[in-house]
Design a protein. Structure first.
Length: 177
């Protein structure tokens, strides 16, 4: 595994799931001091320059550095309590979700639920949905009709890296592609 991949996986773990593993303080919006992160990281090689490269080159744009360059955070996917301060956005009429075929019976019964994350993750990209589904097994793409949810005043949020977030999607809004 190369340095960029190691750093990205480490940042995902620390910034999305377990900042307490290195006693790192995140503010309410998930931001951590870069200086504190660097000083408390001892398990892997991590520098300010490497952080910048991970943020700029990560194909999923998982991380952001604050405008002043002092803080870093994960853009979404947290299992810890953070307020990303996203404003509700009007979604396109159709979004997609990639999953593994083995999860399909449960999803068609219960819909898409956030589980241990803060939201269900959706995308406008077929390729992204397929890649996400393939991480867990034979991929299946679900099409989500968003208008019935919007009509029920269900909020959708769009992250800086173009992931759409919603609390849940009922089975009646899902179609298997």
């Amino acid at each position: 595994m190369n340095e960029l991949t190691k750093a990205s996986k480490y940042l995902s773990f620390i910034l999305r799931h377990q900042p307490q593993a290195i006693d790192l303080a995140l503010n309410n919006h998930g931001w951590a001091s870069i200086d504190e992160l660097l000083s408390k990281t001892t398990d892997i090689y991590l520098t300010r320059e490497l952080l910048q490269i991970v943020v700029e080159t990560n194909s999923k744009q998982r991380f952001a550095i604050s405008d002043d360059g002092l803080y870093i955070r994960a853009n979404q996917g947290h299992s810890i309590a953070v307020d990303l301060a996203l404003k509700p956005s009007k979604p396109p009429s159709v979004l997609l979700h990639g999953t593994a075929e083995r999860f399909l019976p449960m999803i068609l019964r219960e819909g898409l639920v956030k589980g241990e994350r803060h939201h269900v993750h959706l995308t406008e990209s077929y390729d992204v949905a397929r890649a996400v589904g393939a991480r867990y097994g034979k991929p299946v793409i679900l099409q989500i009709q968003t208008q019935p949810l919007v009509a029920q005043n269900i909020d959708f949020f769009k992250t800086p890296n173009l992931v759409w977030l919603v609390n849940a999607v009922p089975p009646t809004c899902l179609t298997v592609l």
